[in-house]
Design a protein around this ligand. Structure first.
Ligand code: ADP
Length: 162
């Protein structure tokens, strides 16, 4: 049984992530979305919120589970006995970053295979950070995130404006 992890910040999960996870879930027996506790970027949602939003987005996929992790993604992979790591690739900037990370990860854990999914054309431009910016400024984000995520973003912005 091939197990894959799909690590990331998921702050919050978008249809771009859902698309990659759905495609990966067809390929692997089990896909574990790993929500990274403390990425080196500022976060809008807490770890618990990011996990909850991701879980809700994945309810229809029985072989996908969501867990949080801290520390190195390769140690998370070891712990859950994953043989592969899934990542999504949007533009060339993603490629350069992923390539460096993949080389480092290969050094640290050569048995772990990296599988990259090219972003679907409709989500090429979609990132959690751009999404948060648009949501903050009151732009229409329907079609980019599941309804419960749009609702969570609205609530968060409401709280931040108070
Ligand atoms: P990280 O902080 O690790 O980049 P993200 O939550 O931003 O975490 O992204 C997790 C993974 O999902 C990364 O591999 C990223 O390239 C990929 N990803 C993000 N948005 C999209 C998208 N719209 N389409 C495809 N892959 C995406």
């Amino acid at each position: 049984m091939t197990i894959a992890i799909y690590p990331g910040s998921f702050d919050p999960i978008t249809y771009g992530h859902v698309d990659v996870a759905t495609r990966a879930a067809r390929l692997f027996a089990k896909l574990i979305i790993g929500v990274y506790k403390t990425p080196g970027k500022s976060l809008l949602f807490t770890l618990e919120e990011r996990v909850k939003l991701a879980r809700q987005a994945m309810v229809k996929l029985p072989n996908v589970e969501v867990q949080s992790f801290s520390g190195l993604a390769i140690d998370f992979a070891r712990r859950v006995k994953a043989q592969a790591m899934v990542r999504g690739l949007r533009v060339s900037a993603d490629f350069e970053r992923e390539f460096d990370m993949a080389m480092m990860n290969r050094r640290l854990y050569p048995e772990l295979e990296l599988v990259c999914f090219m972003a679907s054309p409709e989500y090429q431009f979609l990132s959690s950070s751009l999404l948060k910016e648009v949501a903050r400024l009151g732009g229409d984000i329907s079609g980019l995130v599941p309804k419960h995520v749009a609702e969570a973003l609205r609530k968060k912005e409401g709280v931040n404006k108070m």
